[in-house]
Design a protein around this ligand. Sequence first.
Ligand SMILES: Cc1ncc(COP(=O)(O)O)c(C=O)c1O
Length: 365
Amino acid sequence: MTVPLFDTATPLEPLREGIDAAIARVLESGRYILGPEVEAFEREFAAHCGARHAVGVANGTDALTIALRAMGVGPGDDVVVPSFTFYASAEAIPPTGARPVFCDIDPESLCVTPETVAAALTPRTKAVVAVDLFGNVAPVREIERLGVPVLEDAAQAAGSTTDDGRPGALGTAATFSFFPSKNLGAFGDGGAITTDDDDVADRCRMLRFHGSYDKTTFAHVGYNSRLDELQAAILRVQLPHLDGWADGRRAAAAHYEAAGLGELVALTRPVAGAHPAWHLYMARHEAIDRIAAALRQAGIGSKPYYRVPAHRQPAMQEWGAGVELPATEDAARTNLAIPMSPVLGAAQAAEVTGVVRQALVGATA
Ligand SMILES: Cc1ncc(COP(=O)(O)O)c(C=O)c1O
């Protein structure tokens, strides 16, 4: 049985008619930028997250830079960020004028903790980027108790929940990516910022439109970074299904556990109080290359993530050189994403687990 790493197509099949109708509606309207679909999506997505505001932007990377600037981050400031994340979490910081300061992660949840953040605080720390990695939800409220505002990078965590509320409503602001493979994916690039803070929301709206409040006077050097009407209309069709898909992702994780995968490899531990809609499902093991080879041979998708973590990327040398992050290095070296989707069933989870078991039996023989 072949099992793909992602399955973005099957969950969308029943929505095809609704998506076609949404696209037709936009074409008939003739409005493509910042119109009624974006406004409606912003309202609906904010309500979904439990935040007062959502601001649609062009992608999840712009969302981070714009949100940081809207939170007052600028030249001379430091921003704490994990290194074990997609590069964009760190890349978004220097364009604000601030300096990324890399912190470590918890080795089991793979998210930052109040302790790993505290170890990286400096007198100039203006904000923390807490990444909801792989759909897990970073302990945002506990980190804010350190007295520093948190921007939650929830690019991978649409659909996740916690006992305290959803990603997008936990810190000062949160950012999302609607890249097609994400839990809530557009048919192109897209992103959003959510916040309860009226001033932050206002500044995000201004910055996404060339730094102008009235589209006549340009008060700041901003960005041309907007979610477009077609993507917003497509996302609106999908949003009501996001929670059902999240349940499917949690069920897939439960299938892996029932098949005994956790006895073979280290799985990601949910942060206390979090109910992750797993975006990527990670297996960690010292013999991960052997597992990857066996999966490849069996026609099962898998992929290592962030083998060279952000602080060791060439472009980050100025800020990353000499930084030592042991849990980050371990996770980078030993991880492998295995198939995960809202429709991954028990038989597929058993197949993947069986191949992993065989690979490890072979390793010790
Ligand atoms: C954790 C994280 N942050 C930021 C981004 C950037 O999002 P985008 O690709 O929409 O710019 C991504 C995804 O690509 C991501 O996974």
